[in-house]
Each structure stands twice: as C-alpha cells, then as structure tokens.
Design a protein around this ligand. Structure first.
Ligand code: ATR
Length: 283
C-alpha cells in the first residue's frame, strides 16, 4: 500500500540493483563511476534478493532512503505486478529494469533497455537510418522483446525474427503485429538477405557458451550488425560480420545507455556515456 514519505533533512539518495544472484552485476561500478565523477552525494549498491522476498524488500526500500532501483534477473518480469505505475513500453515488453520510488510512495516501473539499445547504435553509427530496410533479430527472449519494441518504435517497417524455440518468436509477432515476420530457426541465415540491421539477442557467443552458429553469407557489406552479448566485447559473430565488411557495434554501450535515464531521475544529473565510462565499467 502506498504511503507518503516525509522528506528527511540532508537526505542522501540511495539507489541499487536487485537481483539473484547479483555479485556479477556491473551496474554498481557504472553508477559508482558517475556518482564520483559528478561529485554527487549518493550511493548505489548491489542488493541480493530472493524471488520470494521481492515484494517485501520493495515495500521497505522507500522507507530506507532509496529513491529507486534497477531490477535484473530474475525479477524483471515479476516486478511489473508489484509496481503501482507501469510505463507503456515496460508493459509492452513485459519487463521492467528501472524503478522510481516517487515521493507520494508509489512505485513507478519503466524499461530502458530498448532506449539503451537504440542510443548505443546512434552513438556509434550516427548515420543509421532504421527504416531504410528490414531488420533481423536473432532470439526471442526478454532482451529480444526490448530490441523489437525499440526497433519498431524507431520506424523499422519489416522486422524479421528467428528463435530456436519458434513459439516465442510467434508470440512476439502476435503481440507486436504485422511488421514482424517469423523465420524458422533452420532458415535464420536467409533472413539476413537484404537486412540493413542485424542483432544477436541470444546469449550465444557469451563467455563459456558456444558461438552463434548461423550462416552469415547473406550479410551485405555495410550492414549494421550488433550483439547484445558484451562478454567478450568482440564475439565470434561480430568478428565474422566485421570480416565481411559490416559496421559492427558491441553490446556494452547498451548496458551503459540503459542506465542513464535511471541515474538522471534518482540523482538529478544527466550522465555522459563515453570512453571514460567504458573503461571504468570494464575495470
Ligand atoms: P534474455 O532475457 O537475456 O533474453 P532469455 O529470455 O533466457 O534471456 O533468452 C535467451 C535467448 O537466447 C533465447 O532466444 C534463447 O532461445 P530459446 O527461446 O530457444 O531458449 C536463446 N538461446 C539460448 N541458448 C541457446 C542455444 N544453445 N541455441 C540457440 N538459442 C539459444
């Protein structure tokens, strides 16, 4: 139940990231860098929360001085039911990553992953024109949903998608509409034909996982190719795309950019995403 907060004098804003497990999250380092860089008196901490404790923890946080939080695996979907206000894009994606604890006690849930995805591309390829040709998305998990939403919002008129488990891609088509064209996983290489934007939204290629195995022969030079995986920064998929003359964008920038709107809301300063931040996060 929402209740209003009397604001304490000299209140130092606290934010954090809720997940289970949370030890490997890079968000504390990211926000910590910004806090230090801008000389802001605030804190950002990792908070391990088991799924069965999420509701209880969220209720207590505003009373502990928290102004908001990021949420990550496994809470991104379940947090929607616990929020008082859910943005349209979070509802469409079916997940939230950014919470704002409003002064009236209400929890506001947003999803900035799609924003981060597009901002990363625009930063590295300013001349990218999303509606110039089809986009191809490989994967249909939670991250893919944010990518699909943001590409369609950016004006993409044909969005091709293939996923190992086809039904998840069909589900995205059912929710996002006629611009989405589902390809069979065995035909994923074919959907690259004529595509001007290609995205790996699966976890394949991540450290400790096998690389994405899709024939890339149909990739034309100059195609914008990006990967959501950022460990390693240069995935086998990006390496091969680069060798084929494609314009590649690694996935770290999406993580950096998705963090900016939350930081601005919580700490009152629009932070910069630049090489200094990249270096700090890579540590
Ligand atoms: P996230 O929220 O990071 O997207 P997810 O919802 O578990 O995580 O989705 C992971 C994506 O990687 C899915 O598209 C998944 O395919 P399935 O829907 O078939 O599971 C994809 N993926 C993971 N391992 C894979 C593999 N070995 N081969 C092909 N696709 C894989």
């Amino acid at each position: 139940m929402p209740d209003s907060q009397p604001s304490a004098p000299h209140h130092v804003p606290i934010a954090g990231v809720l997940g289970w497990p949370i030890a490997h999250s890079r968000s504390p380092r990211l926000h910590g860098h910004w806090l230090q860089r801008y000389g802001i008196d605030g804190h950002y901490i990792p908070i391990p929360v088991m799924p069965e404790h999420l509701a209880e923890v969220l209720r207590a946080m505003p009373r502990m001085g928290f102004v908001g939080a990021n949420v990550t695996i496994p809470h991104k979907e379940s947090v929607l039911a616990l929020a008082d206000v859910v943005t349209d894009r979070a509802a469409l994606i079916g997940a939230a990553n950014t919470l704002i604890f409003r002064s009236d006690g209400k929890i506001h849930a947003d999803n900035t992953d799609g924003y981060g995805f597009i901002a990363n591309i625009r930063q590295h390829v300013p001349g990218w024109i999303p509606d110039l040709g089809p986009a191809a998305v490989i994967g249909a998990g939670g991250a893919a949903r944010a990518v699909v939403a943001s590409l369609l919002e950016s004006g993409v008129t044909e969005l091709r998608i293939a996923n190992r488990t086809r039904i998840r891609a069909e589900q995205i088509k059912a929710e996002f509409g006629a611009k989405v064209v589902v390809y069979d996983w065995a035909q994923a290489g074919n959907m690259l034909e004529g595509a001007i934007t290609v995205v790996n939204a699966t976890s394949m290629g991540m450290q400790g996982k096998p690389p994405l195995r899709i024939p890339l022969d149909a990739l034309a030079p100059g195609t914008l190719v990006t990967d959501l995986v950022y460990t390693p920064l240069m995935t086998p998929f990006l390496e091969e795309a680069q060798a084929r003359g494609c314009e590649i964008v690694d996935g770290l920038g999406m993580l950096l950019h998705q963090a900016a709107p939350g930081f601005e809301r919580w700490f009152g300063h629009r932070p910069e995403v630049d090489d200094e931040l990249r270096r700090a996060v890579l540590g």
